[in-house]
Design a protein around this ligand. Structure first.
Ligand code: AMP
Length: 189
């Protein structure tokens, strides 16, 4: 089983690189952000709750997101592994993921940290907002998301280093170059 955590600040390229990993390694993909956006589009109760947090650039409560993750994980049958994109985002979520996988006799194989300079993140996200119309890709909300990233999510770098799963990836450069570094790290597992 290949269980990959793809990690990085908003705009670091997690979604783009996840697509390439899925295509090469044939594993399932969970993007908690995509799940939430689908709920918002469908107008569900969860979607209404999620929108309140997303529009403010804040994280959803851990219990809620851990529940969503567990349900999605259970829906994968005969899976070769999973890429976790946008999850975990807090230490509590990382601990929950570790427990969830252990209960299934599995573990995280590697955590890939897509490292991109802050000014480049901002430029990329503003561009994405113009192209995709994502409501949280506006300058004010991006700034809040980056603050949340530094305070609540970045501590996971140390957490995964201590867990022996951390792998740094140079997240700026060409998409192909970044993917080559990722594939090299995965092939070494
Ligand atoms: P993303 O598409 O991964 O950038 O996520 C968009 C937004 O969804 C985030 O800014 C959060 O509001 C929410 N979200 C996504 N994943 C999580 C998570 N693991 N924990 C809490 N909130 C999340």
């Amino acid at each position: 089983m290949l269980n990959i955590v793809i990690f990085g600040a908003p705009g670091s390229g997690k979604g783009t690189q996840s697509e390439r990993i899925v295509a090469k390694y044939g594993i399932n993909h969970i993007s908690t952000g995509d799940v939430l956006r689908a709920e918002i589009k469908a107008g569900t109760e969860l979607g209404v709750t999620a929108k309140g947090y997303i529009d403010q650039g804040q994280l959803l409560p851990d219990e809620l997101i851990i529940d969503i993750l567990a349900n999605t994980l259970d829906s994968f049958k005969e899976s070769k592994g999973v890429i976790f994109d946008g999850f975990p985002r807090t230490i509590a979520q990382a601990e929950a993921l570790k427990k969830m996988l252990a209960e299934r006799g599995q573990e995280v194989s590697i955590m890939l940290d897509l490292d991109v300079p802050e000014d480049e993140l901002m430029t990329r996200l503003i561009k994405r907002g113009l192209e995709s119309g994502r409501a949280d890709d506006n300058e004010e909300t991006i700034k809040k998301r980056l603050v949340v990233y530094h305070s609540q999510t970045a501590p996971l770098i140390e957490w995964y280093k201590n867990d022996g799963k951390y792998q740094h990836i140079h997240g700026s450069g060409t998409m192909e170059g970044i993917f080559a570094e990722i594939a090299e790290a995965i092939d070494k597992i």
